[in-house]
Design a protein around this ligand. Structure first.
Ligand SMILES: Cc1cc2nc3c(=O)[nH]c(=O)nc-3n(C[C@H](O)[C@H](O)[C@H](O)COP(=O)(O)OP(=O)(O)OC[C@H]3O[C@@H](n4cnc5c(N)ncnc54)[C@H](O)[C@@H]3O)c2cc1C
Length: 460
């Protein structure tokens, strides 16, 4: 009998799972994908801004990881991969722009001079003297990044050097992210017996990269989404799945219109809070683990400024934590957590300068509570504060990503193992909360999910 699969969620995780199922199960298998959104792709979303395609969710991928380049090649899109221009970002801290420190591990320095100008003299001395302080480390420990770095190097290193990077990746902070997920190589170096944090950072620092660290897709992520949809040969049902129940022949999915759908096996590729609601009855252990994964929201303002607007020749600005409250210190606040100067980062497109500003971090409610007009006003003020640019945009787009960014808190790996252990063999999960938040890790989790269903079917 031909296999019938259901995939719930049409972000990159669901689409890759569907595509992998098609490749493995052949042209006769029935693959139905559920997603209520107006288009597929989830956080991969490309809009036209200033006449140019612009990603308003994810815009890049780590190019040294193999998953995305391999997938592009498989789909016949290798020629669409582009690299970043190589210009570096800046850090905004204490009301001014700083060069991004070189030779750090996610902002953690191997020597004090890396942070000269960014932190005060007392912090520099503390970093210099750190190797002489005894370090107590339990192999396998997974503290929040802020706990380790704050204790060894001080709060300024956390707020001004580490937080800006983690806010960019997770919309979180060093306080909400565990060391083992954020910087696995550092955890390994500490487990191996490094005598100080300085020694561990030196041990874990990768050799300098030649070529571009980040890749992107010419035409935006929509190019990948369209190819996956086409080549996965899915039937898209534009509804929300409300229930997942056991049926005598596999699974029964109930959607928000009350319709029921049968599947031999199911991939659930929805964010963790949704997963918890869907599998409460059929996989309670999984649901309980999924409930413990916190999420953050972020709002993105995409602007097209007239060509020639004097923005700096950098890829963007990462903002130290606390800058949004600078008014309390009688300074002008910068509300964005990050600014990407897209046309500087990826190269000129048309006669516009494309800029993205993102708002909202884990623990605040900005992405939900701020209105579009308010966000656009902040974006204008932030460009003036950071660069002295007061130019009116020629086009704009506001995009919100609610609960879209899972927080990889301390103990995340064990939590995910528990989550997966509670699943029956014909129910698989894929998504950004499992093996890493980035697109490459989503591709990997989706590949794993599809393979596990195919294997479980063969075994029956
Ligand atoms: C603003 C932002 C910028 C980012 N930038 C980058 C970047 O530059 N590089 C990078 O590598 N990563 C980046 N990431 C991370 C990465 O983009 C995401 O982790 C990834 O795209 C998530 O894909 P997903 O398919 O797991 O989830 P999603 O894209 O969230 O897709 C889940 C889908 O499930 C659907 N859904 C939910 N519930 C149901 C239900 N009950 N029934 C049916 N459908 C349902 C939703 O409508 C949605 O379409 C970024 C993330 C954000 C938010």
């Amino acid at each position: 009998m031909t296999a019938s699969y259901c995939v719930v969620g049409g972000g990159v995780s669901g689409l890759v799972a569907a595509y992998r199922l098609r490749v493995a199960a052949g042209p006769d298998a029935s693959i139905t994908l559920f997603d209520p959104a107006d288009r597929l792709g989830g956080v991969l979303r490309t809009e036209r801004v200033g006449g140019q395609p612009m990603d308003v969710g994810a815009e890049a991928f780590v190019a040294r990881r193999p998953e995305v380049p391999a997938l592009l090649a498989e789909l016949g899109l290798a020629g669409r991969q582009i690299g970043a221009t190589g210009v570096r970002p800046l850090i905004y801290s204490q009301g001014r722009l700083h060069q991004m420190p070189a030779g750090t591990l996610q902002g953690i320095p191997a020597q004090p001079t890396a942070l000269a100008g960014l932190v005060d003299e007392a912090t520099m001395a503390r970093i210099r003297d750190e190797p002489a302080r005894p370090l107590s480390w339990r192999p396998g420990a997974d503290p929040a990044v802020a706990d380790l770095v704050g204790d060894r190097f001080g709060e300024q290193v956390v707020a001004r050097s580490v937080d800006p990077l983690l806010a960019g990746v997770y919309a979180g902070s060093a306080a909400s992210i565990g060391l083992r997920s954020a910087i696995p190589a550092l955890a390994v170096a500490l487990d191996r017996g490094a005598r100080s944090l300085t020694d561990a950072v030196r041990d874990a620092l990768p050799p300098p990269v030649t070529g571009s660290v980040f890749g992107a897709i010419d035409g935006g992520y929509a190019v990948l989404v369209d190819a996956l949809v086409r080549q996965a040969g899915i039937r898209w049902v534009q509804v929300t799945v409300e229930r997942v129940d056991r049926s005598p022949r596999g699974w029964q999915l109930t959607d928000d219109e009350g319709a029921r759908h049968h599947a031999d096996a199911v991939v659930l590729a929805v964010p963790a809070p949704r997963l918890a609601r869907l599998v409460g009855d059929v996989a309670p252990r999984t649901a309980a683990a999924a409930r413990r994964i916190a999420v953050a929201s972020t709002a993105l303002v995409a602007l097209a400024l007239p060509g020639g607007t004097p923005i700096p020749p950098q890829s963007g600005v990462l903002v130290a934590s606390g800058e949004q409250h600078a008014r309390e210190e009688r300074r002008i606040p910068l509300r964005a957590k990050a600014i990407t100067l897209s046309t500087r980062k990826w190269g000129q497109r048309g006669n516009v300068e494309l800029v993205r500003l993102s708002y909202g971090r884990f623990g605040d409610d900005l992405a939900r509570s701020a209105g579009d007009e308010e966000l656009l006003t902040w974006a204008g003020q932030d460009l003036a504060t950071a660069f002295g640019v007061n130019t009116q945009p020629v086009d704009c787009h506001v995009q919100r990503w609610i609960d879209a960014m899972p927080q990889y808190g301390p103990g995340h790996t064990a939590l995910v193992a528990e989550l997966r252990a509670g699943l029956p063999p014909d129910l698989a999960v894929a998504g950004a909360y499992l093996d890493g938040i980035g697109v490459p890790a989503c591709v990997s989790s989706a590949t794993k999910a599809a393979a596990s269903l195919v294997t479980s079917r063969v075994a029956r």
